[in-house]
Design a protein around this ligand. Structure first.
Ligand code: SF4
Length: 196
């Protein structure tokens, strides 16, 4: 019989003991180079969400659902009470590496929860329009898109990287570049190190 969240709160030792995962290609694009995977978690991990949210910057947390989304090396990891979903992995080995990292993070955070202030803070999700307002707005197509708005939509979905918009680096756009990097970081998006 599975244990309740209250029982897991009272338990000493690791919160997450085991997982089983399954790789799958995106249904709408089966020939995609990257795969996604879902892992079934043996233990209910919802009690660690507020501590992860208090410990890490830029998580997206919904206490009601509940779910917590975080990013690691270009992968978006979505945690639910008994499930972890990881996007954009090349193969099973990479999937295992990401999930092992997640498992260690969960258990380390759980072990240290007495030192961590839990948080119900919700990070805002960015919209294409919020991003678009900070792009140069010239529709120059250097990023490979027809318009800045199209590029903004891809960036919001993490299908593009800020570095593809080379005009942002020109001196006249430094202010908007800094602002864009800031809102991306605050919302938990990954930004190339040399753009920080
Ligand atoms: S490279 Fe930048 S400025 Fe040019 S179209 Fe793309 S987003 Fe707009």
């Amino acid at each position: 019989m599975s244990e309740s969240p209250k029982q897991s709160q009272d338990r000493a030792g690791p919160l997450l003991t085991e997982y089983k995962f399954q790789l799958f290609a995106p249904k709408c694009n089966p020939s995609a180079e990257h795969m996604n995977f879902l892992a079934a978690l043996r233990d209910d991990i919802r009690e660690v969400f507020p501590y992860l949210n208090g410990r890490l910057k830029g998580c997206q947390y919904s206490p009601d659902a509940p779910f917590l989304r975080l990013r690691h090396k270009g992968h978006v990891v979505t945690l639910r009470p008994r499930q972890a979903a990881v996007g954009k992995v090349a193969d099973a080995e990479e999937a295992r590496q990401v999930l092992d990292w997640v498992k260690d993070l969960i258990n380390d955070t759980w072990a240290r929860r007495a030192e961590i202030t839990p948080s119900d803070r919700r990070a805002p999700s960015l919209t294409a329009l919020q991003i678009f307002k900070l792009l140069p707005g010239t529709n120059c197509r250097q990023c490979g898109q027809q318009t800045c708005l199209a590029f903004a939509a891809l960036l919001a979905e993490e299908e593009a990287s800020i570095e593809q918009c080379a005009p942002l680096l020109s001196p006249e756009h430094h202010d908007r570049c800094r602002q864009l990097v800031r809102i991306l970081l605050d919302a938990g998006y990954e930004v190339p190190e040399d753009w920080l």
